[in-house]
Design a protein. Structure first.
Length: 352
């Protein structure tokens, strides 16, 4: 029996789906699972042993220029119907995911009106399931899969199914420049977010303080620097310490191979923090304007949550500042000393 999963994006949402795939694989091993998602996240789907086939399809590439979309949809419809799916599970609950799911010509299962992110999408489903809000995204996905595929929700902690691939990467020799960057013990820091959520970013001076503490402990701080804004932040962070190194632009798999060699990670509420934790890397995650309930750590690793009375506000713009560039109060309150105390415990270093 072939099953098609539709979960198009984003990085965090894709990662939040992995434990449900592990549950499904254990409960219904006879199912052949295919996954339709955005090409940028296709690598992650391929890492999971439950996924027999990955179907990359990009709606994003047609945003603002729709001329080629009808032809692409016709080709996708032909491909999906040729596969002969017994059912389609849309775990995203959006109009666009539901419409793509319908192209397969098979019964479509998804969230009911009260549970879907876009309630009207539930009208496009053959069967609908109630999954209450107010729960971690990982648990909501596990509940939906269990209801739709008819098995009991496991009591075990979430298993992302990535342990084998992470161990294989640790054993694999790296080529330049990655071999040189990881030759000495290091912590990897996820210091930047999308331009829409810059109020999630820990201040540069706090990163500088962390870098100095890591230097005293004999550790490098590796920081992604994929675009001009990230490179500028890394250059600023590196001004006070010579142990700060930028990571060149890389695909998710290259970056993951670096992550699994880290002694730990430090990051904000971002997809890369989720990825590191899902790969089994220990670390500390910082939460300012957002709440930690959606994270993939599930209590395994420490989190630092702002104590400001306005946090978490859940908004992309801080209401307590009048112009861009001003300090974000909830981020300023996440002090480097508090982070170092949590991180030092993970690294088994006596806090200074």
């Amino acid at each position: 029996m072939k099953l098609l999963l539709v979960r198009l994006s984003s990085l965090g949402d894709v990662l939040h789906t992995l434990p449900a795939l592990t549950d499904l694989h254990r409960a219904r091993p006879e199912l052949e699972l295919h996954w339709l998602l955005e090409p940028g996240f296709a690598a992650i789907a391929a890492w999971h042993p439950a996924v027999a086939r990955v179907l990359p399809f990009s709606l994003r590439q047609f945003k603002g220029r729709w001329r080629g979309l009808p032809k692409a949809l016709v080709e996708l419809r032909r491909e999906l119907r040729t596969a002969g799916y017994a059912g389609v599970l849309d775990s995203q609950g959006l109009y666009k995911s539901a419409l793509l799911a319908r192209l397969a010509g098979a019964p479509v299962w998804g969230l009911d009106r009260q549970s879907a992110r876009e309630p009207g999408a539930s009208r496009l489903y053959t069967r609908r399931f109630a999954v209450p809000w107010g729960q971690p995204a990982i648990l909501r996905n596990r509940q939906l899969f269990a209801q739709a595929l008819g098995y009991g929700l496991p009591n075990e902690q979430p298993d992302y199914g990535l342990a084998a691939v992470a161990e294989a990467w640790r054993r694999m020799p790296l080529s330049a420049p990655w071999a040189g960057l990881t030759a000495q013990p290091f912590v990897i820091g996820f210091h930047a977010t999308s331009q829409a959520w810059t109020n999630k970013e820990w201040p540069v001076q706090h990163w500088q303080a962390l870098a100095r503490q890591l230097a005293a402990a004999g550790l490098r701080l590796l920081l992604p620097a994929v675009d001009a804004r990230e490179r500028s932040r890394v250059e600023s962070i590196a001004k006070t310490s010579d142990n700060v190194l930028p990571l060149p632009a890389a695909g998710l798999e290259e970056l993951a191979m670096v992550m699994v060699r880290a002694q730990a990670f430090v990051g904000m509420d971002t997809g890369l923090s989720y990825l590191a934790a899902a790969l089994g890397v220990r670390g500390v995650t910082l939460y300012g304007p957002t709440a930690p309930e959606q994270g993939v750590e599930e209590g395994r690793w420490p989190t630092l949550v702002s104590g400001e009375p306005c946090a978490p506000c859940g908004t992309v713009r801080c209401r307590r500042i009048s112009s861009a560039g001003e300090p974000i109060p909830c981020q300023e309150s996440l002090l480097p000393q508090s982070l170092w105390s949590a991180l030092a415990l993970l690294l088994e270093i006596a806090p200074q």
